[in-house]
Design a protein around this ligand. Sequence first.
Ligand SMILES: [Fe+2]
Length: 284
Amino acid sequence: MFVLAHLSDLHLASLPRISNLVGKRGLGFVNWQRKRKFIHRRDVLDAITHDLSAQAPDHIAVTGDLVNLSLPAEYTQAKQWLQTLGDPSDVTIVPGNHDAYVGTAARSPAAFWGDYMRGDDGIERFPFIRRRGNVALIALSTAVPTGPFMATGRLGQRQLASFANALEQTRGNFRVVLIHHPPKSPPRRFLRRLTDAASFRGVLAEGGAELVLHGHDHRRSFTWLQGPEGGKIPVVGVPSASARARHGDEDRAGYHLFRIDRAGDAWRCEMIARERAVDGTIRE
Ligand SMILES: [Fe+2]
């Protein structure tokens, strides 16, 4: 039995300097001050983290948007939080759009969190593979800087080709694909979609995977994608780990546990959703 925990979208924020507030960061800061700071709260994240640690999972996956405006102080804060979560070999990160919010921050996730974003071969690039028992984690990056009012992500041709190879290399393992953006978005989220999602789904339809985990939507979701030979691939989205309450179609804070086991010729995977109740306690 292998227990994998999944959480996402902490949006750890810090106060920017005035000089930081040009362009997209300025707009993001206004949005944060008006709305988001009342939703994403550090005390909520700490309660979730505490509950998760008590579950003692074998491994933890964090699917992006650890920070808010890609400010240096935010990366440092996120790194300190990561250190409380576990050793870099037990925690795997993929970055989200807020982790590369502006072009000048594109390299910052690797600079601050590189140890959590490296494969077993020690090389720093996406996709990377981490094997833990008979589970293979395949980590992708969709984090690309975008213009104002955009929150799209992109994998790109090079990464998609390597992803196909990674699925092939890890065949026979329980393959868990980690990605920030969901592989399918409704039309109303056009400006927040994964732009090459169709190609991503095409690679999965050919290569197959046992589970796809994503964040970005701040809501619990469960869908299926087409796999090879008529098979289906489960896709699970997790709420933000710091959301104080429901907000529009976003869920309050929660995280997921996946209990993965081999049963004869087949895999068995049980999902447990834990969330923050109205009274502030974290429960199943
Ligand atoms: Fe996101």
